[in-house]
Structure formats: C-alpha cells, structure tokens
Design a protein around this ligand. Structure first.
Ligand code: NAD
Ligand code: UD1
Length: 308
C-alpha cells in the first residue's frame, strides 16, 4: 500500500464514520480495523479496506499495521457504564490493546500515531476552563484506562505521536438506541418522537459540546502536521483538548431545541446520575496555537440538524 495509508481503528463507530469518509475524500487510502461490537458497516470505496476483528488480537493488529504508514486509534469501549460493569474488558481494549498497538506501530516506524483520549481524564474539574495542565483525576475505569493508554503513547520518544482529549462529541449518526448515548442525541430523539425528556438533576449542569466534524478536522490537522514535521513537530509528544470552548446547561439546550420544534417538549426531572460532573468546559488554546485549529461557530445549526 502507498505511503498515504492510514489505519483507523474503531473506524466503523460514530466518529470513525466521519473520519474515514473525510480521509477517503482527500484521496487517502484507509484501513479500518473494527470488531463491529458497536460500529456499523461502512459504504464500500475503492480506497477503503475493512478488517473485521478484535484490536486485542495481535494477528489482527499485525495484518492492519502491515498495510499502513499512520495510525489513528478510535477503537474503544466508549460506554462508561459498560466499562464500570466490565472492568477487565475496559482494560483489555482501552488500555492493553491500545498500548500494544502503539508499541508495534512504533517498531514498524510509522509516521504518526494519534489516540482518541477523553476529557474524562480530568474527573471533577478544580478549575474551568480545563487546560491540558489541569489536574488529572479520572473517575471510573473508562477514564483510568484512557489515561493509562494516553500515558503509554506519550512515553514513546522515537515516533511522532499525540493524544486528543475529546469533550462531549455530538452530531448526526450517534447511536440513538442506547440510554447512555450523548444527551443531545437522546434529547433530539425524544423531541422527534414526542417523548418526555428526562433531566437528571435540576438541568443547571453544563457541558462543552464539540461537533463531530470539528473533531475530525482536529484529527486530520494533527495527522498532517505529524506526517509533515515528524519528531520536530510542535505537537509531537503532546496532548490537546478538542472542545468548543463554550458550555451550555441542559436547560439552555432544551430552550434552544424548543425554537426549532413544533412539538411540545415535556421535561421530567429525576435524581442526578451517580458520579455526574456538574460543569465541564475546555480551552482549545493549545491546539489553536499549535496548528491553528478552531471549532466551527454554528452550534445552533448543528443542533437543529439533529432534529431533521
Ligand atoms: P463508538 O462506540 O461509536 O466507536 C468505537 C468503535 O470501536 C466502534 O465501531 C466499535 O465497534 C469499535 N470497537 C470496540 N471494541 C473493539 C475491539 N475490541 N476491536 C476493534 N474495534 C472495537 O464511539 P465514538 O463515540 O465514535 O468514540 C470513538 C473514540 O473517541 C473512542 O475511543 C472514545 O473513547 C473516544 N471519545 C468519544 C467521545 C464522545 O463524546 N463520543 C468523547 C471522548 C472520547
Ligand atoms: C461524557 C461522555 C463520557 C465521558 C464524559 C467526560 C458521552 C455519551 N459520554 O459524559 O464518555 O466520560 O463525558 O468526558 O458522550 N443527562 C440527562 N438526561 C439524559 C442523558 C443525560 O439529564 O437523558 C445528563 C447527564 O446526567 C449529564 C449530562 O446530561 O449531566 C451529559 O450527559 P452525557 O451526554 O451522558 O455526557 P457526560 O456525562 O458528560
């Protein structure tokens, strides 16, 4: 395969679909490694190879790595409750398999490795907005295993690497059938189907919602930067927040949705979720300074799209 080929693990997932399609539209070859445990089939494309298998299986990783020159690792148990219920599975996929992938890719001399990390690393924030130097105190297995994976990637010195800490990602295409989908997906689904929205707590909790297309532009921007400047790149060995830099409360979200919907929106207030963080807000200054990345400013239009 040519020198422009990228491995996207977890490429059949929510973010993976957008990232794979964007890379293909740039004319790049893409190898997707996915076990389809939560991912969905990808449309066929002459530049796309799909390997169906478990990232924890060394022979599957070998097959995938032998075909590529760069790696983006999205494969994960992305459900926080599943990681809590199955701690061994969480560690096997989110930490050990990721670590093995990074080590093997580095040994093969790839041009870039990028990890999908998470704002869950920060736990309960002790300052807002969160910056990359804010204290790391993950709550639960998901955050802990993601932290270990990030640490292991950033300890690699002989390969251009970076880790992107994604905040609350939203957009069309996120799975609607899970009670643990993102709140914007659950709310838009409820509004479309005229079901009451359940707010856990009083609705004053806030989140930094970043659109999936902005997340994709961050991955591609970092990939191109690492491939171009290698170990001399300003981003090599670093971690970056990928966020909108703005936060909205759930009550503000419901208000914004109500402007686009003819349906009456019913709200049911329930007890707060155990372990719920009250406020989350990130700063994207570091990534902006490094590669000029900025999130799009059309939150309202992106929200409206969820209702179509
Ligand atoms: P997703 O569940 O839609 O995608 C994950 C993909 O990984 C799925 O296609 C799944 O089938 C695949 N996968 C799971 N286990 C696998 C295994 N053992 N072998 C091979 N493939 C496997 O989740 P997403 O929202 O697209 O998230 C992508 C990445 O971004 C994940 O690493 C997640 O932790 C991270 N992230 C997401 C968010 C968010 O808000 N969506 C926030 C922070 C970080
Ligand atoms: C999100 C991520 C999680 C990550 C965490 C920290 C998702 C799905 N989860 O969790 O992986 O660890 O950020 O980075 O993106 N809510 C309701 N009603 C609902 C659903 C949710 O009130 O029907 C509330 C929740 O209690 C929470 C807020 O909405 O207060 C956001 O919830 P959610 O979208 O699940 O995201 P996080 O909990 O922030």
């Amino acid at each position: 395969m040519g020198s422009d080929s990228v491995l996207v693990t977890g490429g059949a997932g929510f973010i993976g679909h957008y990232l794979t399609s964007a890379l293909l539209s740039q004319g790049r070859r893409v190898v997707v490694l996915d076990d389809f445990s939560s991912g969905l089939p990808l449309p066929s494309h002459p530049l796309l190879t799909v390997i169906s298998g478990d990232i924890a299986d060394s022979s599957v990783r070998e097959k995938a790595l032998n075909q590529v020159t760069s790696v983006i690792n999205l494969a994960a148990i992305a459900s926080v409750p599943l990681c809590e219920n199955k701690p061994k599975l969480s560690s096997r996929i989110n930490y050990f398999a990721a670590q093995d992938l990074f080590t093997e890719a580095s040994k093969l001399g790839v041009s870039a490795i990028i990890q999908a990390s998470t704002s869950a690393l920060y736990g309960v924030p002790n300052q807002l907005p969160l910056i990359e130097e804010s204290s790391i105190q993950p709550i639960g297995n998901y955050g802990l295993d993601k932290q270990r994976a990030e640490d292991s990637l950033l300890s690699i010195r002989n390969t251009p690497v970076c880790s992107l800490r994604l905040f609350n990602v939203f957009g069309v295409g996120q799975k609607r059938d899970s009670p643990y989908s993102g709140v914007l997906t659950i709310f838009s689904d409820g509004i479309r189907n005229e079901k009451p929205l359940r707010i856990f707590g009083d609705g004053t909790q806030s989140r930094d919602f970043v659109h999936v297309k902005d997340v994709v532009s961050a991955f591609i921007g970092c990939l191109e930067e690492l491939e171009k400047n290698g170990l001399n790149s300003i981003i090599s060995g670093n971690k970056f927040n990928v966020c909108s830099g703005k936060s909205m409360t759930l009550l503000e979200i419901v208000e914004a949705f109500s402007q686009f919907s003819n349906n009456e929106i019913d709200i049911v207030f329930e007890s707060p979720r155990e372990g719920d963080i009250l406020h989350s807000l990130g700063s994207f200054d570091s990534l902006n300074k490094a590669i000029g990345w900025t999130p799009s400013q059309n939150f309202t239009a992106n929200l409206q799209e969820l209702l179509l």
